[in-house]
Design a protein around this ligand. Structure first.
Ligand code: 5GP
Length: 199
């Protein structure tokens, strides 16, 4: 069976990554989100083991010590990381795994897994990002302000990703993601041509 691919997706908080990825997954059932571990508190509606594995700091640091994470980073005063084993299992079953992670972690995966596809989702403008971050309703203003500053810094890393998708319109952003996946599947290295002569 063909191995699945790792799809690294980053973009500032509030850029609409979640919406774009959910729509993409609706159209491609052989894709799965990696469930990250984090030390941040759950937001309303978030379920442990579904949206994140919510851990205390000691348990997270234990995973670091056991080298059980494909990558991890400290973001807005909390740890976030990708448990390695579930990713590997899914890839072996031919499932594509989406890592929706921030820049520091993305760079770690890019250097460890050269076969990973990296996509940066960018906002159409600063004003629009600010509006989306503040309008979300589940984030305190001081947290939103902090995230806006981080977002500006994060956008300066877009060039380190193989692809950038601007999320102005969800449908168009999804189409661009699909085009990237299609092009990646057509890479010559995955398409050996066998032209044996007929007997
Ligand atoms: P949030 O707290 O809004 O869910 O996520 C904050 C940031 O952490 C987002 O940029 C998100 O993509 C990133 N993030 C989520 N999971 C992981 C992870 O496993 N590793 C890393 N490096 N970043 C993550």
């Amino acid at each position: 069976m063909k191995q699945g691919k790792i799809l690294i997706v980053s973009g500032p908080s509030g850029v609409g990554k979640g919406t774009v990825l959910k729509e993409l997954m609706k159209r491609h059932p052989n894709m799965r989100f990696s469930v990250s571990a984090t030390t941040r508190s759950p937001r309303p509606g978030e379920i442990d083991g579904v949206h994140y594995r919510f851990l205390d700091k000691a348990s997270f640091e234990d995973m670091i010590a056991r080298d059980a994470l494909l990558e991890y980073a400290s973001y807005a005063d909390n740890y976030y990381g990708t448990p390695a084993e579930p990713v590997q299992q899914a890839l072996e079953q031919g499932i594509h795994v989406i890592l929706e992670i921030e820049v520091q972690g993305a760079l770690q995966v890019m250097s460890r897994r050269k076969d990973a596809i990296s996509i940066f989702i960018a906002p159409p403008s600063y004003g629009e990002l600010r509006r989306r971050l503040y309008g979300r309703g589940d984030t305190a203003p001081e947290v939103a302000e902090k995230r806006l500053k981080i977002a500006i810094e994060e956008c300066s890393h877009a060039q380190e990703y193989s692809y950038t998708v601007v999320n102005d319109n969800v449908d168009e952003a999804v189409q661009e993601m699909e085009a990237i996946l299609l092009a990646e599947s057509c890479r010559s290295e995955f398409r050996p041509i066998h032209l044996e002569e007929e007997l």
